[in-house]
Design a protein around this ligand. Structure first.
Ligand code: 0X9
Ligand code: ZN
Length: 441
């Protein structure tokens, strides 16, 4: 089952796809996109309807307001709908594309200064870099690492899963951990955290004790097409879904892979391909989700599932499809607190997370991996971790926040897993500063 795919073929395909993406990208997010504060929660019927119609993209929310991205061409419709329901709004970011442009300029400057093609955690990396890094980790890690390619994406990219396991430690019943990264394309900090976890597990001697009693499966980028597309141009930077052609238009491409899992499929999701939360034609219609669930099913008794998203600084536990608490909510909260306390300590009090059920905190939405892992596979500890920040930069978390975020998150995960595996305490551990790591792909 475990094999290393052909990178050459994938590389050729990528070159063609990149070229196509450049041609079509101009019709993605338009100049004139604005971030609005709307004085109603994201689950208000009017906001839901606007999201379903693809007129707004909900970015964040609380019980009394939400932040939505509005494209220039939809703004008249949105203003009218809000006014009719007597819902106030204000513009928070006048020109979202200017922020995207700013990010790109910064990234280009940093790239000019650094060596060619290194993998590090002081910047964001596209699929080529990540696949190169996985190849390197596979050869460096010896028998600790196996690379599986359970499925290909809509555009033919391999969806890679790294199994990290120490075969020399046998005879113990190891805790099994499945980490999912990059299911939403624009949430770039998620693959950064996932790849950093791999790097720590394989190269950091301080993680060795933990590896004796645990076995890891890490998907760095569950949505490789969407992720690569989000690197292809400024107008594609805020892409969320995969790249499925829904037969409508360029703008209406893609299925939200976090609404496509076969558990309460359709709850809090849209049937409209133009919506950011489009659920697909049926559950597991997408090769990315279908292939990943197939592989997950082959691994008996996974103990912990974490999917990394951004943004919000929240640890979410099931359910997303109902506001009711799950039966082991107390234990879920306790383990979540191990993560949030460690992050707070590691960040010297600067990074504070909230903890809560997805449904009560974010409004009902399912077809998401976390609910499926918990409800269908019976994984007792299942979480969505919304990484930093709390909305200052949102999806455009600057590259100078990458290293601190990956260090803090890895420390948090280490603590959760130590508790779960009864292996040592959560005392602060030394993590190599990722800016000093250089890998040549
Ligand atoms: O809506 C989502 O898919 C996640 N938030 S994000 O802003 N990253 O898109 C939250 C998913 C939480 N889990 C469930 N609702 N089941
Ligand atoms: Zn997400």
């Amino acid at each position: 089952m475990l094999r290393l795919g052909s990178y050459r073929r994938a590389q050729e395909m990528r070159a063609i796809i990149a070229l196509c993406a450049m041609v079509v990208a101009a019709v993605q997010a338009e100049a004139g996109s604005q971030l609005w504060r709307v004085e109603a929660p994201s689950y208000h019927r009017v906001v839901r309807a606007l999201e379903d119609d693809g007129d707004v993209d909900v970015w964040a929310g609380t019980a009394d307001h939400c932040k939505v991205l509005v494209e220039g061409s939809a703004s008249t419709r949105v203003v009218r709908a809000l006014a009719e329901a007597d819902i106030g709004h204000s513009v928070e970011v006048e020109d979202m594309m200017a922020l995207v442009e700013q990010e790109r300029t910064h990234m280009q400057e940093r790239r000019r200064k650094r060596a060619a093609q290194p993998m590090d955690w002081t910047s964001y990396h596209d699929m080529d870099d990540i696949e190169g890094f996985i190849g390197w980790l596979n050869s460096t890690g010896g028998d600790l690492v196996q690379v599986a390619s359970p499925t290909r994406s809509v555009e033919g990219r391999e969806v890679l899963v790294l199994r990290i396991n120490d075969p020399s430690s046998q005879g113990v019943k190891k805790k099994k951990i499945w980490i999912e990264g990059g299911i939403h394309a624009r949430e770039w900090i998620s693959p950064a955290v996932s790849t950093f976890l791999m790097y720590q597990l394989v190269t950091n001697p301080e993680w060795r004790d933990l590896l004796k009693v645990t076995e890891w499966y890490i998907v760095p980028v569950a949505n490789p097409d969407g992720y690569q597309f989000s690197f292809s141009s400024q107008s594609a930077r805020l892409w969320r879904k995969n790249r499925r052609d829904n037969g409508v238009s360029e703008r209406c491409k893609g299925v939200d892979l976090n609404r496509n899992w076969d558990f309460k499929w359709g709850v809090g999701a849209s049937a409209n391909p133009c919506s950011e939360t489009y659920k697909g034609v049926n559950a597991f219609s997408e090769p990315e989700t279908f292939g990943l669930q197939q592989m997950m099913r082959t691994i008996p008794d996974i103990d912990l599932f974490i999917t990394f998203h951004s943004f919000g600084q929240t640890v979410l536990y099931p359910w997303g499809w109902t506001r009711n608490a799950p039966s082991n909510a107390m234990q879920l909260k306790r383990l979540a607190k191990a993560f949030t306390d460690t992050v707070k300590q590691t960040s010297l009090g600067k990074v504070d997370y909230d903890i809560g059920g997805s449904g009560p905190l974010y409004g009902l939405a399912s077809g998401a991996t976390d609910d499926w892992a918990y409800g269908e596979l019976g994984i007792p500890f299942s979480y969505t971790i919304e990484l930093p920040d709390q909305g200052t930069h949102g999806f455009l978390l600057p590259e100078n926040r990458v290293s601190s975020t990956v260090i803090e998150s890895a420390a948090g995960v280490h603590c959760m897993v130590s508790l779960l595996a009864n292996s040592g305490s959560c005392a602060r551990r030394r993590t190599r500063n990722p800016s000093s790591i250089r890998f040549r792909g």
